[in-house]
Ligand binder design. Structure first.
Ligand SMILES: Cc1cc2nc3c(=O)[nH]c(=O)nc-3n(C[C@H](O)[C@H](O)[C@H](O)COP(=O)(O)O)c2cc1C
Length: 237
């Protein structure tokens, strides 16, 4: 059985089907999960809405606890890390991570960054040993996890070789942090032109939905492949 971790982070709580100002990333992630459920009804889905329930940002007490060996932590330190432990647990269980990630000021929403900060944990998701030969840091997640980034931006040209690729700090930030801890495959599907409110955003959205359908089909054992393959899949390591 496959376990999916579904994360939404758009501050827009509603979807474009019911609200002209609704969230594209919520619509994309919902499409991914509903297609997956149709294909494999028994797979497990863990859902987390970090916009609605933002993870606590990292604090000085959090850092002190996280960088103290588990057997030496005080009860207070362990208590501060409880939320992070829970988020790491969800990530550890999951085989497929489906993250709805809007672009806010060229990066991810602060709530999603808070999630990332809570799951990159020394001794749990990455190892560190100053005396280790070669790289003193190493990933600790089980290999084989696939990250699916479902993103949306108001402007256009943030994809590979696009005019604004150098300003896209959404895909790179998520890919960097998650491969650092051991994610081994990443696929990105994007909607663009949200701020243009014309047929370009509609076309971009319907292309993204078709890409999602093809991706789910290929990941669940169907034969589908994307027609024009706008999606980017990167095998890491
Ligand atoms: C606070 C905020 C910051 C934004 N920053 C950018 C940006 O830097 N570049 C861009 O192209 N669009 C930007 N946008 C537009 C969003 O990326 C776009 O509306 C996207 O569809 C949001 O995702 P959602 O539809 O899931 O809510 C921003 C929107 C908001 C609300």
């Amino acid at each position: 059985m496959t376990t999916l971790l579904h994360i939404d982070s758009s501050a827009r709580a509603s979807r474009p089907e019911t609200d002209a100002r609704g969230s594209h990333t919520r619509r994309l992630s919902e499409r991914f999960i509903s297609r997956w459920r149709e294909a494999v009804p028994d797979d497990a889905v863990i859902y987390r809405d970090v916009a609605l329930n933002p993870p606590t940002p990292v604090t000085g007490d959090w850092i002190a606890g996280a960088f103290t060996a588990p057997q030496e932590r005080s009860a207070e330190m362990s208590a501060v890390l409880e939320e992070s432990d829970l988020l790491v647990g969800e990530l550890t269980w999951a085989d497929v991570l489906v993250i709805g990630a809007p672009m806010y000021n060229f990066g991810v929403p602060s709530t999603l960054k808070a999630w990332v900060d809570n799951i990159v944990r020394v001794g749990l998701t990455f190892g560190f040993d100053r005396s280790r030969k070669g790289d003193p840091y190493w990933p600790m997640l089980e290999p084989g996890k696939h990250l699916v980034i479902l993103t949306s931006r108001g402007d256009y040209g943030y994809g590979p070789e696009g005019r604004l690729e150098h300003m896209n700090h959404v895909d790179k930030a998520l890919a960097t942090a998650l491969t650092y801890i051991g994610v081994t495959e990443i696929t990105t599907i994007a909607v663009e032109y949200d701020e243009f409110s014309d047929t370009r955003v509609e076309d971009s959205l319907s292309d993204a939905l078709a890409e999602i359908d093809a991706l789910v089909e290929s990941m669940t054992g169907g034969s589908g492949t994307a027609s024009d393959d706008r999606r980017q899949t990167v095998q890491v390591g």
